[in-house]
Design a protein around this ligand. Structure first.
Ligand code: XMP
Length: 315
């Protein structure tokens, strides 16, 4: 049985021993990196600097809320707006693994830049067990190269610290709860963020569509769960398909994109089953998405595939 308190105690001791100089961490606001930042912060105080990179792919209101959360946790941090750089680098890029590689590499380069400014010797990462197992680090095939693993260039000259490397998601959440981090209950979110929830080229426009659809899906599902209409799924979001289909707006023929809603139940992300969301909740999402983005989206579908054979993200 996993003991969160014992894990925290052992890790703080180990980090104190291992990290002799200054360290830098990428704070995305997700469960993994926030737990990591809090843990390392407890061990070495302001010898840790958390960097939040606004890639342009973050969810609605996310940058503001991560900034204030890090303030509350007392983790010293800096917000870097790198959105122009990211949209430029992904111009014309459609293939998901290429997206991940570009995003991962850029992320490390921005880090190196910030690390140099801070005089850091160490890079702390919130890699967890499924990240490296699915990236071919174990005995399995490479399913997809996760952001934390695949994007790491060989010539990176910072020493790597990965305190959550042996943990599964449910264990990370237990650690978060023990550290009294409110984010511990947040749903998982991929490193490359909304860029992999746009099937096709991530542009300012396509990312804005999926950002709005994700916000609506989250809001309606969380509201229905709070009202006791359904259990909150383990993960729930929207993806944007690049294919256009015919619809009608009033009595005019429309030609718009499709949004797919994905919601799954899982314990460790290794396998998942699709959530049986009540139809009236799906209907509300569909109506709100198509009303809000009348000129852009005219079709909403629900993904009823388990993992395997699908993965949770579409990419
Ligand atoms: P898949 O799509 O492989 O996702 O079934 C499994 C879980 O991992 C999340 N995910 C990521 N998490 N960095 C992360 O930290 C990533 O690059 C990444 N890609 C996917 C995904 O949202 C799901 O919870």
């Amino acid at each position: 049985m996993f003991n969160a308190e014992k894990f925290i105690e052992q890790q703080i001791k180990k980090i104190k021993e291992d990290v002799k100089g200054k360290a830098i961490i990428a704070a995305s606001g997700g469960v993994d990196s926030t737990v990591c930042a809090a843990l390392v912060g407890k061990a070495i105080g302001d010898r840790l600097l958390a960097i939040y990179v606004d890639t342009g792919f973050m969810r609605k209101g996310e940058t503001e809320s991560v900034d204030s959360m890090l303030k509350r946790l007392g983790v010293s941090h800096r917000v870097v707006d790198a959105s122009d750089e990211y949209f430029d680098a992904l111009k014309g890029i459609i293939e998901p693994e290429t997206k991940r590689k570009i995003i991962g590499e850029k992320f490390i380069r921005i880090f190196e830049r910030e690390a140099k400014k801070f005089g850091a010797d160490y890079l702390v990462q919130g890699t967890i067990a499924p990240d490296w197992i699915e990236s071919g680090g174990g005995l399995r095939d490479t399913i997809k190269s996760h952001h934390n693993v695949g994007g790491l260039p060989k010539d990176m000259n910072l020493k790597l610290i990965e305190p959550l490397r042996d943990l599964y998601k449910d264990e990370v959440r237990k650690v978060g709860r023990a550290l009294k981090i409110e984010v511990a209950e947040k749903q998982p979110f991929p490193g490359p963020a909304l860029a992999i929830r746009v099937m096709g080229e991530p542009t300012r426009e396509s990312v804005a569509i999926v950002r709005e659809a994700c916000a609506i899906a989250e809001e309606e599902i969380e509201k229905a769960a709070a009202e006791g209409k359904m259990k909150l799924p383990w993960q729930y979001f929207a993806v944007l398909l690049p294919v256009k289909s015919v619809g009608v707006q009033g009595d005019i023929r429309a030609y718009g994109y499709t949004i797919a809603i994905r919601a799954v139940d899982s314990i460790d992300a290794m396998t998942a089953v699709y959530s049986k969301i009540p139809h009236d909740v799906l209907e509300k999402i569909s109506i709100r998405v198509t009303n809000k983005m009348k000129d852009k989206v005219n079709r909403v579908v629900y993904d009823i595939t388990h993992k395997p054979p699908a993965t949770i993200e579409w990419e």
